[in-house]
Design a protein. Structure first.
Length: 389
């Protein structure tokens, strides 16, 4: 589809200054800027702990989200007017909010901002990285309704999220577009081989199962640790590497209890910290298989990144991609089933040639079907509907 433009319209993207939303924006903007002039607004302070923010979280964000305006303060009315003033000053034609429900404290702020933008005649597109919180609560749905009711259009990652949005909220299907998550391809700097990565992480001569991302219960962390009891019985050198921060949800105590109860001190490596972008390459290249035993799922950048690094995956059958993955790019198991999860992990660890083929298939798929060039074109085709009005 060719998009004809007389001049590039000005689009404001509201995103975080770190983490998944920022990294998504980093990848998207590279191709989206072909169609529009992009400006970025982000948080002036952390909405969880109140710490001030005045710079990007990492080098990737600094390189790709240039000169952002640090204006967002969810508890400051004046911040709303700062954003509105900027929209007027820059003659913004559309605002895209990169949103996930982890940011519930800012929902009321966003709903007010969206209302004000609508009064100005500036349409808002909401890129929903998850439609609902992973623990469903009625009062949270009502809070989200305040924001969703005022949004012109929604971008969601798959059919499951589409169904959630149109089921729980009075939103016409014509206002929702599915655009699948793109491939995270900016983290491999070519600094490590498998051997050097394992040496760097002190995992030499180990069979490595990687879990990467925030340590949260809905991701099946506890089931995964329980599964390692069965894995370790048959593969003494198997190590589960839990790499990610628990600052969103304190789960480390429960993990350590399970490690102790099953004597898994040699089989579980816990890296409870935010993983800087410079550490991601080594994590993936040191691993044999990536485990995503989620109990609840919206979409997963970690899955796309695993495919990019040519790693076979084990996912639960709640993943929208499960039919694509099953015995083609990895294995699919039932959620909350440690024994079945262990069997799938062992199968991949013990069948290295097949596991390698699965990893290569995943890479081929994500390169063909999840390119940012296609995602940017689809995204702007949505923007253009409202910019032209």
């Amino acid at each position: 589809m060719k998009i004809m433009l007389k001049s590039k319209p000005r689009v404001l993207i509201i995103t975080s200054s770190g983490g998944g939303l920022a990294h998504y924006t980093c990848h998207l903007q590279e191709y989206l800027k072909k169609y529009c002039k992009l400006y970025f607004v982000t948080y002036k302070k952390n909405y969880i702990n109140g710490d001030p923010i005045n710079k990007p979280e990492d080098d990737l964000i600094a390189e790709n989200i240039r000169n952002p305006y640090y204006l967002l303060e969810h508890d400051s009315p004046s911040s709303l007017f700062d954003v509105i003033h900027l929209v007027k000053k820059l003659e913004i034609k559309l605002v895209d909010i990169q949103f996930c429900t982890t940011a519930m404290p800012v929902v009321f702020y966003y709903s007010l901002l969206t209302k004000k933008l609508k009064e100005l005649g500036v349409p808002v597109v909401l890129t929903c990285h998850d439609v609902l919180q992973h623990t469903l609560q009625t009062h949270r749905i009502e809070s989200l309704r305040l924001l969703y009711d005022k949004t012109e259009h929604f971008i969601v990652g798959n059919k499951s999220e589409f169904r959630k949005l149109t089921h729980y909220f009075p939103i016409a299907k014509s206002r929702v577009t599915i655009i699948e998550h793109g491939v995270y391809n900016k983290f491999d700097k070519g600094k490590f081989t498998e051997e050097s990565a394992r040496k760097h992480l002190k995992l030499t001569n180990k069979k490595v199962i990687l879990f990467f991302g925030f340590l949260r219960k809905y991701k099946g962390i506890l089931t995964l640790v329980d599964a390692m009891k069965f894995v370790a019985e048959k593969e003494k050198n198997a190590v589960l590497h839990l790499a990610g921060s628990s600052n969103v949800e304190d789960i480390v105590g429960e993990i350590k209890i399970r490690i102790k109860a099953n004597n898994l001190f040699k089989n579980v490596k816990l890296s409870n910290e935010y993983i800087d972008i410079n550490g991601i390459e080594a994590l993936y290249k040191a691993s044999d298989v990536v485990a995503l035993p989620y109990i609840n799922i919206s979409q997963s950048g970690v899955l796309c990144m695993s495919w990019y690094f040519k790693k076979p995956v084990v996912v639960t059958d709640i993943f929208p991609e499960a039919p694509l993955i099953d015995r083609k790019m990895g294995m699919v198991v039932k959620k909350n089933n440690p024994k079945q999860l262990a069997d799938a992990l062992l199968f991949l660890l013990q069948n290295e040639d097949l596991a390698q083929k699965y990893g290569e298939k995943g890479y081929e798929y994500v390169q063909k079907h999840r390119s940012w060039e296609k995602i940017a074109e689809k995204t702007f085709s949505i923007f253009s509907r409202y910019i032209e009005k």
